[in-house]
Design a protein around this ligand. Structure first.
Ligand SMILES: *Cc1c(COP(=O)(O)O)cnc(C)c1O
Length: 379
C-alpha cells in the first residue's frame, strides 16, 4: 500500500465555524470583541501572566516587544542562532543587533552558561527561545538578566501549554510571545499573543497594539475620547480569528495530551536506534513539562541526512529538517553579531530531522515511519 503521510495536518476541534458564525451574526467583526476577551482571560488564567493580548502573529507579538522595550539603533539583543527569523527580525526592524550565542547540546536551547560572555554596555535584552516546547534554563537566565539590568523576552512561539518548574512558558520573562500559526499546537491560521508579565508595561502594550492610541481604555470607559499617545501599529486580530482560536483553546488540553501520546510512541519506537547509536532522541530536563510540539531526531554524524529524507519521501513520508542557523544566513551576516564559535548550533542543525506529528496520526502510521527510518539509517 502506498502511503502519504503529511508532515503537518492542522487540527480542527469542530466548533471553529460555529463560533465564527456566532461572531458574524453578532456583528462583531473587528478586534477586541467578546471572543478576544475570552481568549485573553483564558491565556491569563492558564499562564498566570499579568496581561495577555492577542496579536495577528507571534512575529507581531515580538515586534510589539521590541517597541515596548524602546529598542534603539545599536542596542544588542542576545538570542540563539538556531531559531526562526522573527526572533531576530523584530529587533532588527528597530535598529537592534541580534547577538547569536550557541545552544545547549541536550535541549538545543540558548546555552545559559555562555550568555554572560556576550553582555556589554550595549546589551538590552535576552531572548530565550523554547525549542520544541522544552523550556530554557529560565532561573539562570532571569538571574543573569537581573544582575545586568536586562529585559527578558521569551520566544514561546512553540511553548503554549508547556511549563518550566510548573510555570507556563511565556509567563516567566518580562514579556512572552505565543504563536497560533497553523504549524503550531493550538492554531488560528495566523495568530499570536503577547504575554505581559511586567505590570509596568501593560498600559503601553495596549496602546502600541491599538495604533498608538488609548482606544482600549476608551472602550473600558476609563477615558472619554481616545487619542494618539505614542508610536504604535495595528497588531490585533479580528474577531473571526479570535472565534476560531477560542474553539482551539477550549480543547487545548485534549490537543496537548493527544500530541504527548504520539510523542511518547515515537520515543519508544526509536529507542533501539539510539541504543545502536544511529541517532539521538530529544532530551527533556526533569523541570520541563513539554507540549509535544515537535518530535525530532539527531542523526549520527556518519549518516547522510539528505539520503534519509529522500528515502522517507520515496516511501510517502514527508519529513523535514529545521532552521538554517541565522548567523550563517545572508540576513544574519548583515544584521547580527556572533559570540563564540556556535559549534553546537552548526553541528546539530545539520543532523536534525523532524518527523510528522499531528492530532490524528495513527499508531500504525508511526510504526511504519519508524520502520522506514530504521531501514534508511541502518543501510
Ligand atoms: C513559529 C515561530 C515564530 C513565528 O510565529 P508566527 O506566528 O508565524 O509569526 C517565531 N519564533 C519561533 C521560535 C517560532 O517557532
Amino acid at each position: 500500500m502506498t502511503q502519504d503521510i503529511q508532515f503537518n495536518r492542522p487540527f480542527m476541534t469542530g466548533k471553529e465555524l460555529y463560533y465564527i458564525a456566532e461572531a458574524k451574526f453578532g456583528n462583531m467583526l473587528a478586534g477586541d470583541g467578546p471572543f478576544t476577551r475570552r481568549c485573553h482571560e483564558w491565556l491569563e488564567n492558564k499562564s498566570g501572566c499579568d496581561k495577555a493580548l492577542l496579536t495577528h502573529s507571534c512575529t507581531a507579538a515580538l515586534e510589539m516587544a521590541a517597541l515596548l522595550l524602546d529598542i534603539k539603533q545599536g542596542d544588542e539583543i542576545i538570542m540563539p542562532s538556531y531559531t526562526f527569523v522573527s526572533t531576530a527580525n523584530a529587533f532588527v526592524l528597530r535598529g537592534g543587533v541580534p547577538v547569536f550565542v550557541d545552544i545547549r547540546e541536550d535541549t538545543l536551547n540558548l546555552d545559559e552558561r555562555l550568555i554572560e560572555s556576550a553582555i556589554n554596555q550595549r546589551t538590552r535584552a535576552i531572548v530565550p527561545v523554547h525549542y520544541a516546547g522544552v523550556a530554557c534554563e529560565m532561573d539562570t537566565i532571569m538571574d543573569i538578566a537581573e544582575r545586568h539590568g536586562l529585559m527578558v523576552v521569551e520566544d514561546a512561539a512553540q511553548g503554549v501549554m508547556a511549563t518550566y518548574k510548573g510555570r507556563a512558558l511565556g509567563s516567566i520573562g518580562d514579556l512572552g510571545a505565543y504563536s497560533f500559526h497553523e504549524t503550531k499546537n493550538v492554531i488560528s491560521g495566523e495568530g499570536g499573543a503577547l504575554l505581559v508579565n511586567a505590570p509596568t508595561l501593560a498600559m503601553r502594550a495596549e496602546i502600541i497594539r491599538e495604533k498608538g492610541t488609548d482606544r482600549s481604555r476608551f472602550f473600558r470607559g476609563e477615558v472619554d475620547k481616545y487619542t494618539w499617545q505614542e508610536a504604535g501599529s495595528s497588531l490585533l486580530p479580528g474577531e473571526l480569528v479570535a472565534a476560531f482560536l477560542w474553539a482551539q483553546l477550549e480543547e487545548a488540553e485534549r490537543i496537548t495530551n493527544d500530541r504527548l501520546a504520539t510523542w511518547q510512541r515515537y520515543h519508544a519506537l526509536l529507542e533501539p536506534l539510539e541504543v545502536k547509536e544511529l541517532l539521538r532522541r530529544p532530551i527533556v530536563p526533569d523541570e520541563c513539562q513539554h507540549n509535544a510540539h515537535m518530535y525530532y531526531v539527531l542523526l549520527a554524524p556518519e549518516i547522510d541526512r539528505q539520503k534519509v529524507l529522500n528515502e522517507l519521501k520515496k516511501n510517502g513520508i514527508s519529513s523535514v529538517f529545521h532552521y538554517v542557523p541565522l548567523h550563517s544566513s545572508p540576513g544574519g551576516e548583515r544584521y547580527g553579531r556572533v559570540q563564540g564559535e556556535l559549534e553546537v548550533t552548526n553541528r546539530q542543525s545539520e543532523r536534525l530531522v523532524r518527523l510528522p506529528l499531528w492530532v490524528g496520526l495513527t499508531a500504525e502510521q508511526q510504526e511504519y515511519i519508524a520502520k522506514v527510518l530504521t531501514r534508511a539509517i541502518s543501510s
